[in-house]
Design a protein around this ligand. Structure first.
Ligand code: SAM
Length: 245
């Protein structure tokens, strides 16, 4: 299939259905990519897999797409990727973290208010748009859930006890290993405070991990950490027995 234009559509996808494109998507198709009626794109909605669709019409207020055939089943993607929690950073760095965490398969992204991090609110709609674009680009079939910022104590109090949480802490020996369907917590540019590290040490689901001997920027630690904790064998998804029978 030649086309690689992928759009996230907030509508059910099934063969023969007409679905709407938003004004932004219609503008992007018509004026950025110079596509028009009859041309093919790929659609996904986080539930029904990936589908071809032909452009029916594009206008200033939106467009129409006609769904064709399914190209990928939703089950091709693990239903529950790692969760990423990170000490809130400045806006550009937070944007980068959301983009890269989406590319690296995080199923949930939790900004955390920490003693040495940025304070305040995040624009969730803007972060969701960044995640949507990243998912469209990287051939993901789903979008991560992005939570409003929570305090570190609230994050730990509400963390599911059965989900391992790898906390990245600099100047520790070793290297983070696979964490299955767990999570990663990365501190802000100022790092975690001693009191925060002490409080975290009391939780059995939590384990300090190293990302190597250098002090990484928080964004780099997110990328390296998500790669490392997923570096083990995948769960059992789509395993093909090489010696059937
Ligand atoms: N201000 C801290 C300092 O000077 O020691 C450095 C904080 S670092 C820029 C931001 C976050 O990235 C840390 O809180 C930690 O979660 C993570 N990080 C950076 N380098 C790391 C490493 N080598 N191993 C594990 N985590 C690391």
């Amino acid at each position: 299939m030649a086309t690689s234009i992928r759009l996230f559509i907030d509508a059910e996808l099934a063969a023969g259905r007409a679905v709407p494109a938003s004004a932004e998507q219609a503008h992007y198709l018509a004026h950025v990519l110079r596509r028009g009626p009859g041309e093919t794109v790929l659609l996904f909605n986080g539930a029904d897999g990936e589908w071809t669709a032909s452009i029916a019409q594009l206008g200033r207020r939106g467009g129409g797409l006609l769904v064709g055939e399914r190209t990928r089943a939703q089950a091709e993607e693990p239903a529950d990727g790692p969760w990423l929690a990170f000490g809130l950073l400045k806006r550009d760095a937070t944007d980068l973290v959301v983009q890269k965490a989406t590319e690296l398969g995080a199923s949930r992204i939790l900004p955390v208010l920490t003693a040495h991090g940025q304070a305040g609110r995040v624009n969730l709609a803007r972060l969701e748009a960044i995640a949507r674009e990243a998912a469209e680009q990287c051939e993901r079939l789903s979008l991560p859930r992005i939570d409003p910022p929570v305090s570190l104590p609230a994050l730990l109090a509400n963390w599911p006890a059965g989900r391992r949480l790898a906390v990245a802490v600099e100047r520790r020996a070793g290297l983070a290993g696979p964490a299955g369907q767990g999570g990663l917590l990365v501190g802000p540019e100022g790092g975690f405070s001693a009191a925060e590290l002490d409080a975290m040490a009391r939780h059995a689901f939590l384990e300090e991990v190293s990302l190597g001997p250098r002090i990484l920027r928080a964004e780099t630690a997110v990328i390296a950490g998500l790669a490392l904790i997923q570096s083990g064998p995948p769960a059992t998804l789509n395993r093909v027995d090489p010696h059937p029978g």
